[in-house]
Structure formats: structure tokens, C-alpha cells
Write a protein that binds this ligand. Structure first.
Ligand code: GLN
Length: 542
């Protein structure tokens, strides 16, 4: 079949959930047996979000091929179970960089280089890149930002041209907002009408409208919107707040969105999507009553999106363990030896978050010491793993000044140090150790048992590493290096085998946890937290 292209734009306000809608549609099409991928085009000038502070843009997601990507790619993978790559996330910066490189090479043969056609052609080439591989039936393209923004105009113009060129192989979905005015007790459709008008003014006629709303939109109101916006009434659907984002595919399917897409693209509508494995997860999500309480110790706790993939991995793991996730954010800057007991003592398990820089680091050491001494299941990820190593060096090996050279470049006991190949790097963008690397696990390790294999491939994003000069000292005091990269011998996983569950990973297992393929390490961590919870309760006589 010819590749079909679906474009998702948003209007009225940002944060309407275009990423979730795109991922949910992909989930349904995949469940109908199609090969689907989703890509995001972001209108900002940064080459990628790798240099952005989480306060600006939430978590930086990492793809298997080592691209630092927008966090929506995480949703795409979690909903479709299909890995994304560098080609799935393109920014204005990347488009301009490649056009300017071509101009310098002389590729434009003396022509004046302009937004139309040169920038738009470059955008179109990138939109079609994955489609041209022949690996996909559907390419869903989410355009970041809101229609009407100056900076998204070249993308919108490219979508217009593509829709025109693709005919029935192109489809436009527009997401808008229908506010409910409390005082008037009314839902308001005017912002939607305006947003569609704005899209029509730039030459795009939406085929499907998705109305984000907090209240049910009556059928006659949807008909009215259909009439105003030149959209067929069945193709005006609502996206009402769901208790979980993972219910959105079902909500769209109930409104036949997958069928409408197929029909509008001239394809036969046969049978139903195979959603049984997804439903199995949703059933567990609905039925889990008992809680498991996990604390996430990090410095970006005010910001939900900063640890998005960790939150979702914990939710997947808790759900498959038939537990409701009770996630508590613990601000690492606020933890000190005086309050640590009251801050952590109701937790069944603790995650020490990834991160960069000095801020909040001392609180992580205090939390880790307390967790180690109280034998709480503890999971350190990336910087969290490095903190486990430093805390152990200081408090068990007696190396009081042990540190990472990231925090103190002149420390004598540099148990965490800059990787050799990082030493000559001065450019910050895209230069960390990024993407999936092999890891060999010791067969008798807890990590190998959790994975059910001794060979894994997980994704990385760091510059610093465990200093192998100290390996013997750590191992003789009880901290085992149970996972390493087979070719470079970089330490990837450490464990304290005499503890209930004490594992640190230099890699980020959270990037690979999906609804249908949850991370085995997170599953095992939650299992240990539940066991610990039950032990505590048994002791307390519950
Ligand atoms: N700052 C640490 C490093 O660069 C850890 C990075 C992380 O947690 N992602 O090695």
C-alpha cells in the first residue's frame, strides 16, 4: 500500500495533548495490523532539546540511536511499542542548519535561498523521510506549537502543500479546546471556530476535529461545529479528560476515529483493532486497589514532566503488579539528616533520580544513607547510581572526600570521573554518551534475575562514569559491579547483594518501558517494594 500521512495540529491553547492523541491513534492503527510511526516537528531554533533545561521543556527523551528528543517521543513509544529514532524528531534549528549547510556547499546553484520553497522543501523532505523507507503504512506527524504562531508558519505551509500533493493519502486532524464557562454554565465553541478559520486561511481544511473538553459536548453542538468548519459531523469527536492517558485510545475508538481515518483515506474498514493486550493492562489499572508508595528523590519535583518516563515506568510496573501507584516527590534540596526519617519512613521504595550538577546532590546522599541503613528497596538511575557509588565510598569505604569530578573537579577520590572520550569535548549539544549500549550482567545478580537474561541493551545519557580504579575496593566492601559494557568495560550496573533491593544503573531503563513491554527492572523493583510493604505490615500486626 502507498504510505499514508496524517498531520496533527493544535489550536486555541497549548498543552491540549496532541502527543497523546497522535500516540493513541497510532496505537489503534497498530492494533489493526498497520505499521505505524509518529514524528514530531518542533518549531523552536534549538537543534534538539538536549541543551534545554527541564524547566523549559520537561524531560529530555533519548532514542535507541542516541538522539536527544522531545518527551512526546516517549509517549509514542509507550503507546505503540515501536522504537523511534533521530528521524522522528525534527526542529526548526535542524531544518535551518541543513539548508544553510547546503547553501554553503553551493547546492542551490546561485539561487536566493528563501523560506518558500527552500525551508518548506526541506521540511517536506524530512516529513517524508520515514515514509520513503517503505517500513511504514502510516506516518503520523505532530506539529508542535499552536496554529497562528509565527514560528510554526513554515511547518503549516509545508503541511498545506503536502495535503494538496498527497490527495487521499494525506489527512489533517486539528485539535482544539472547548472551554466551559462556569458563570454562564456553558460550553463555548467560538475558539474552535476561530482556530479552524485560522487554519483555513493558511489553506488547510481539517478532515477530523478533536475537541478537548472537560465536559461532555452535546451532539447538536458538535453538529453545529461540523457545519461551521466544513467537517463531516461524524468526524467531530471529543477528547474528554480521562482518569488515565492510557484510556485515550479506547475513548477515540468508541467514537470510531480509527474507522473514520481509514474511510477518509480510501481504505477498507475491516473488523476491529486487536486491543486485548492493551485491555488487559487497563483492566489491571482499574482493579488495582492496594497501593505501593514510592518516593522519587530529585530536584525538579515541582515539574511533573521532568521525570515523565520514570513516572510512566513506575505506573506500568505497579499496574502489572496489581498495585495502585502512590508516587511521592521528594525535593532533594530539602532532605537533611534531621528530617530524613520523617520524609522517607512511609515509603515502600525509593528512586534516586537522574540529573546534572551540584544542586540538590547532598540531599541525595542523606536519603541514600538512610535507605541503605534501613534496607529500603532503592533504585538509582544515572546520576542516582553515581550517588549510590559516592555515598558508599564516603560512608562505607571511609573516603570522606569521595565525589564525582562533575561536582568537584579536584577531588582526590574521584570515584565517578569523566569518561576518557569526553575529556576533549567542549561542545555541549549531542556530545554525551547517548543511546543504546550493550550490557553484560553477571548471571547470579539480582538485575540478571529481574531481566531473565544476562545480556541487555539500554539507553544512556551521561558524560561521567564509575572509575574502574576503585572497582576492587568497592567489591571487597560488598558493592558489586554486576553489569558492564563488554567492549569498554564501563560499569553499567551496581548492586548491594546483602540488601533487599539495591540497584544502580548508569543507563536509563525508563526510556524503554512501554505499556505492552514494561521494564523488567522496574517490575522487579516494585515487586521488592510490595514485599517490603507486606513485611512492614506483618511486623506492625496488620
Ligand atoms: N550528570 C551525570 C553525567 O553526566 C548523570 C547524567 C544523568 O543522570 N542523566 O554523567
Amino acid at each position: 500500500m502507498e504510505t499514508k500521512y496524517i498531520f496533527v495540529t493544535g489550536g486555541v491553547v497549548s498543552s491540549l495533548g496532541k502527543g497523546i492523541i497522535s500516540a493513541s491513534l497510532a496505537c489503534l492503527l497498530k492494533a489493526r495490523g498497520f505499521r505505524v510511526t509518529i514524528q514530531k516537528f518542533d518549531p523552536y531554533i534549538n537543534i534538539d532539546p538536549g541543551t534545554l533545561n527541564p524547566y523549559e521543556h520537561g524531560e529530555c527523551y533519548v532514542t535507541v540511536d542516541g538522539h536527544e528528543a522531545d518527551l512526546d517521543l516517549g509517549h509514542y513509544e509507550r503507546f505503540t511499542n515501536v522504537p523511534t529514532t533521530r528521524a522522528n524528531n525534527v526542529t526548526t534549528g535542524r531544518i535551518y542548519q541543513s539548508v544553510i549547510d547546503k547553501e554553503r556547499r553551493g547546492d542551490y546553484l546561485g539561487k536566493t535561498v528563501q523560506i518558500i520553497p527552500h525551508i518548506t522543501d526541506e521540511i517536506k523532505r524530512n516529513v517524508k523521510r520515514l515514509g520513503n523507507t517503505g517500513n511504514f503504512d502510516f506516518i503520523i506527524t505532530e506539529i508542535g506549537g499552536t496554529v497562528g504562531d509565527i514560528e510554526s508558519l513554515p511547518f503549516i505551509e509545508s503541511v498545506r502543500q503536502l495535503c494538496w500533493e498527497l490527495g487521499q493519502n494525506g489527512l489533517s486532524i486539528h485539535l482544539t479546546y472547548v472551554p466551559f464557562l462556569k458563570a454562564a454554565k456553558e460550553l463555548k465553541t467560538k475558539p474552535t471556530q476561530h482556530s479552524v478559520k485560522q487554519l483555513q486561511e493558511v489553506g488547510i481544511q481539517p478532515d477530523i476535529l478533536v475537541l478537548r473538553t472537560e465536559k461532555d459536548i452535546p451532539a447538536d453542538m458538535r453538529r453545529k461545529i461540523a457545519q461551521f468548519c466544513n467537517v463531516t459531523p461524524d468526524a467531530v469527536v471529543q477528547s474528554i479528560d480521562c482518569p488515565s492517558i492510557y484510556e485515550v485510545p479506547l475513548m477515540l475508538h468508541h467514537q470510531h476515529v480509527d474507522e473514520i481515518v481509514l474511510r477518509k483515506m480510501g481504505m477498507p474498514v475491516e473488523g476491529e483493532p486487536h486491543m486485548a493486550p492493551w485491555m488487559h493492562f487497563i483492566d489491571k489499572l482499574h482493579h488495582a486497589k492496594e497501593e505501593v508508595t514510592i518516593g522519587l528523590v530529585g530536584k525538579y519535583v515541582e515539574l511533573q514532566d521532568a521525570y515523565k518516563s520514570i513516572n510512566e515506568s513506575l505506573l506500568h510496573a505497579a499496574t502489572y503488579n496489581d498495585r495502585k501507584l502512590n508516587l511521592k516527590y521528594i525535593h532533594s534540596e530539602k532532605v537533611n539528616p534531621e528530617n530524613v526519617d520523617s520524609m522517607l519512613n512511609d515509603l515502600d521504595g525509593v528512586i534516586i533520580a537522574p540529573g546534572f550538577g551540584q544542586r540538590g546532590i547532598e540531599g541525595k546522599f542523606v536519603a541514600l544513607k538512610w535507605c541503605r541503613e534501613h534496607d529500603i528497596p532503592t533504585f538509582g538511575i544515572c546520576l542516582g547510581m553515581q550517588c549510590m557509588v559516592i555515598e558508599f565510598a564516603r560512608n562505607v569505604l571511609g573516603l570522606a572526600d569521595a565525589n564525582s569530578t562533575e561536582m568537584n573537579s579536584t577531588t582526590r577520590n574521584n570515584v565517578i570521573d569523566l569518561m576518557e572520550e569526553q575529556k576533549s569535548i567542549s561542545n555541549m549539544g549531542g556530545t554525551m554518551r547517548l543511546g543504546a549500549y550493550d550490557c553484560q550482567l553477571l548471571p547470579d545478580s539480582r538485575a540478571a534475575k529481574a531481566y531473565g537474561t544476562t545480556f541487555v541493551k539500554e539507553r544512556h545519557r551521561h558524560r561521567f562514569e564509575f572509575n574502574n580504579d576503585y572497582r576492587k575496593q568497592f567489591e571487597s566492601a560488598g558493592m558489586r559491579c554486576v553489569g558492564e559494557n563488554p567492549s569498554t568495560h564501563l560499569v553499567e550496573v551496581v548492586e548491594l547483594p546483602d540488601k533487599r533491593w539495591w540497584i544502580g544503573t548508569q543507563y536509563h531503563p525508563e526510556y524503554q518501558s512501554t505499556v505492552l513491554n514494561p521494564s523488567p527492572l522496574f517490575i522487579d523493583f516494585i515487586k521488592a517494594a510490595i514485599e517490603y510493604h507486606n513485611e512492614k505490615n506483618a511486623e506492625a500486626g496488620y
